[in-house]
Design a protein around this ligand. Structure first.
Ligand code: GDP
Ligand code: GDP
Length: 442
């Protein structure tokens, strides 16, 4: 049974700036790339995505997006990228530029990558036509096997590349769609109590597999089943202690958390009640929001707080103020030590997962939109008023509402916020962002 439930394969893209890593990433991500919303203090670039190839799924990481380009420190950044990739990925795509040819930086990185036991595929990008194919062989001297010529811009060679990538995955990884599994990432700063929460949950549950051995992954995954519902608990706690390379680098604990978030449906943001919200919590929550994950704030160590009848309300208010863009996320106050409300966590996860995946009928949605429009007219500009013809829910996880309108220029975020509130009053969508999309109709 354990093999079925193993981790997703991870593929990392490495290479110097401008070789076409993000172009390749976006091509492979296809339609699944998400439109990132404005959240202060959060990087806009998506550096993780799920890729589907012939009904098989894996996680792709663009290591180039992790650190911005910056002239003379390119080399050290590439070393970091390569190390991250060697540490996290099952397969590494080393991308070079077939137009500009071999560079010293390519040689340096190749030297590092030759040391790893992981499969490395040397990808020569920008081979836009057959006539440029000879350039590919120049890279053979990097000692990483036969180079693979592609053109990311023209989508040439990508299918063959994906076949190759998939052929290198170690046995036992999970490439299935996993429809009935709820993946839960447990994030939070060191010592917030993530391991204690995980152990507490596991204490009550039948453990199917724990932990999954044999992979040097960023997180330890545990599968449990409760009331016929399967959960994958992605724990980011052990990381700091395990990893030698990143021990000292605080930033990488955020990257780790981001990988866990990317793989999850529901993100638990564990906050130490005594310490309050940290910068890392803000970052991780922002990413979880942008990626449209189900989110739950867990305030742990509630036993340590001196309480009166206002404490809980005040604390909730403080969280809502720190995360104004996540008013939808529920807050649970727990103690892994005294067991207080610990049984609510999985209950809440199941509920938020159902909200996250909920579909509402077009007719019910339009009743609500119609009423909202009657109560409060859409905005107008220079005598022209926004007309909303109708709306329909076009996606789940997170829910997406597509509105058919007369003119995109007339849309306004405050009116969208108003509609979102009306939709939430009627349909809930608790714990998840709701995305909006506009389409003009003549
Ligand atoms: P990154 O810095 O490695 O992520 O590179 P980008 O994806 O941003 O690409 C750098 C430049 O190379 C951009 O101008 C791309 O349009 C261009 N580029 C990417 N892939 C190809 C390709 O297959 N052929 C050609 N001719 N240009 C490409
Ligand atoms: P992690 O680094 O986030 O995994 O945190 P741990 O689970 O290792 O917990 C860090 C410390 O906080 C340990 O000493 C725990 O015993 C303690 N701790 C965890 N949860 C609670 C709690 O609910 N109440 C109290 N008082 N201590 C806790």
């Amino acid at each position: 049974m354990s093999d079925n439930y193993n981790n997703r394969p991870v593929v990392a893209v490495v290479g110097r700036p401008n070789v076409g890593k993000s172009t390749l990433f976006n091509k492979l991500a296809g339609k699944r790339i998400s439109i990132v919303e404005d959240t202060p203090g959060v990087t806009r670039d998506r550096i993780f995505t799920e890729v589907e190839w012939l009904d098989r799924y894996f996680t792709l990481i663009d290591t180039g997006g992790i650190e911005p380009d910056n002239g003379d420190i390119i080399l050290s950044q590439m070393r970091n990228q390569a190390m991250l990739a060697m540490d996290m990925a099952h397969v590494i795509l080393f991308v070079v530029d077939g137009k500009s040819g071999l560079t010293a930086a390519d040689r340096e990185v190749a030297q590092l990558l030759r040391k790893t036991k992981k499969p490395v595929i040397l990808v020569v990008n920008k081979i836009d036509s057959q006539s440029q194919f000879d350039n590919v062989y120049d890279f053979y001297e990097l000692g990483l096997g036969m180079p693979f010529g592609i053109s990311s811009a023209n989508s040439m060679g990508l299918g063959d590349l994906l076949d190759e990538v998939i052929s290198y995955f170690p046995k036992g990884l999970n490439m299935d769609a996993d429809e009935d599994l709820i993946r839960v990432a447990i994030t939070g700063k060191p010592n917030a109590g993530k391991s204690s929460i995980l152990n507490n949950i596991l204490g009550e549950e039948r453990v199917i597999v724990s932990p999954v051995a044999g992979t040097t992954r960023d997180a330890v995954d545990t599968y449990i089943e409760r009331n016929d519902q399967k959960f994958l608990l992605i724990d980011t706690a052990g990381i700091r202690r395990k990893s030698k390379i990143y021990e000292t680098v605080e930033k990488y604990s955020v990257i780790r958390a981001m990988t866990a978030v990317d793989r999850a449906d529901i993100v638990l943001i564990v906050i130490d009640a005594e310490q309050g919200i940290t910068e890392q919590d803000t970052k991780v929550a922002g990413i979880a929001h942008d990626e449209g994950k189900g989110c739950i704030f867990i305030v742990n160590k509630w036993d340590l707080i001196e309480k009166d009848n206002k404490t809980l309300g005040n604390y909730t208010k403080e969280i809502k103020e720190k995360f104004p863009f996540m008013m939808y996320a529920p807050v649970l106050f727990v103690s892994a030590k005294t067991n207080q409300r610990m049984n609510k966590i999985l209950e809440m996860v199941v509920y938020i997962a159902s909200e996250h995946a909920k579909r509402i009928s077009t007719s019910a949605l339009n009743d609500v939109i119609g009423e909202a429009v009657m109560l409060n007219q859409p905005p107008s500009d220079k005598g022209k008023r926004l007309k909303i013809y109708y709306g329909t829910q076009t996606d789940v996880k997170p829910p997406k509402i597509t509105l058919f309108i007369n003119d995109k220029e007339l849309t306004h975020f405050s009116y969208q916020r108003y509609l979102e509130n009306k939709i939430r009053e009627n349909f809930g969508f608790e714990g998840t962002s709701v995305k909006f999309e506009y389409r003009e109709k003549g």
